[in-house]
Ligand binder design. Structure first.
Ligand SMILES: N[C@@H](CCC(=O)N[C@@H](CS)C(=O)NCC(=O)O)C(=O)O
Length: 206
């Protein structure tokens, strides 16, 4: 074992992208899972160990602790050389990853909306306008085969996680939302074909 420990709820949600980064990087890790609203998590949180009081967080083999899914993904990808080499490209990779987080926040808001009429309106807006517009922008940024040419980076992992995990319920099939973009459909398939990712998606809890 590499000595890394990843902590998150026993769910495929915000902490799945950081699990996926470990898988893409071929770094094995202890997948520590807490039950939602459990006493174990309450105790862990009260201990002060999670740096921002949230999950996911990781503990490195040296005992260092890091939170925030985006920071964890980037750290693991730096370790495994899954980052663009050029500083501007790295900033673009951050832009893409943050652009995916915008979508993730939008999708999560729909899930938690209690007012049915409002939820319907928000759902229409998100899937009819926000998501297609962002897909078009992402397509324009794709150099191919990955966002930064031949090299898989954390931008590809973040993008894939949103479509596979958040919209596609962790199933390997290309989600319908990408059907109007042959380039991004191809990109989804390429990321899924990365051996560590393929194995993770196949075995991940559905
Ligand atoms: N921006 C953070 C959000 C983390 C977050 O919201 N974590 C939630 C679960 S998805 C959490 O830890 N909730 C439990 C709590 O706050 O006690 C990230 O991307 O890691």
């Amino acid at each position: 074992m590499s000595g890394y420990k990843h902590h998150y709820f026993d769910l495929r949600a915000m902490g799945e992208v950081s699990r996926l980064a470990f898988a893409a990087a071929n770094i094995d890790f202890e997948d520590v899972r807490f039950q939602w609203n459990s006493e174990e998590w309450a105790k862990e949180k009260a201990s002060g160990r999670p740096p921002l009081g949230q999950m996911p967080f990781i503990v490195t083999p040296e005992g260092k602790v890091l939170g925030q899914s985006g920071a964890i993904v980037k750290y693991i990808c730096k370790k495994a050389d899954l980052c663009p080499a050029d500083p501007f490209d790295e900033a673009v990779a951050d832009m893409i990853s943050d652009g995916v987080v915008d979508l993730r926040i939008g999708a999560v808001k729909l899930y938690y909306e209690k007012d049915e009429a409002k939820k319907e309106e928000m759902t229409k807006e998100f899937f009819g306008t926000t998501l297609p517009a962002r897909i078009e922008k992402f397509e324009a940024l794709l150099k191919g085969p990955f966002f930064f040419g031949d090299k898989l980076t954390y931008a590809d992992i973040a993008f894939f996680d949103f479509f596979n995990n958040i919209l596609g319920k962790g199933e390997p099939a290309v989600p319908d939302h990408l059907s109007k973009s042959p380039k991004l459909t191809e990109h989804y398939k390429r990321v899924l074909a990365v051996p560590g990712i393929k194995a993770w998606v196949k075995n991940a809890q559905k």
